[in-house]
Ligand binder design. Sequence first.
Ligand SMILES: [Fe+2]
Ligand SMILES: [Fe+2]
Length: 170
Amino acid sequence: MGEMAQKISGVDREELLKQLHIAYAEEWLAYYQYWVGAQVAVGPMRSTIIGEFIEHANEELKHAQWLSDRIIQLGGTPILNPNEFEKTAQCKYDAPEKPYVMNLLQQNLVAERCAIARYQKICEMTFGKDYETYRISAKILKEEIEHEQEIGDFEEDIKAGIEYGDSMQQ
Ligand SMILES: [Fe+2]
Ligand SMILES: [Fe+2]
């Protein structure tokens, strides 16, 4: 247990751990949403999109690792039972029941926007008070912003492709 780590954090420990647990649960759900989406995806640019989903999935898992490390340093315990993931997360898991790539992209875009808001909140909470948690959440925030951009770009490309196809038929 990081005794000094806990002492120097200028944020209410309980409230901070609560936010880190929420973020941790959301990262596992985000990981699975991307991973399983990559297994079932169908539609245009499938193989490129699958590659991107797997890359994002691995990054979400890495975020879970960083959060777990920080939770433990602060004297907490990461969620031990995956049953708790859905109960704890506020960014909700959206099962890829309609596996067309545009649906998957839209679901992941919503999840990324929720994640951006989560880390923005943790950054605001820790800025100037808990430098280590701030550093980690700012690093994750940067990657979530990149994810949103990449997913949005795929959506635009597919839409542009469909519109071009339609214009050729007229
Ligand atoms: Fe993440
Ligand atoms: Fe993400």
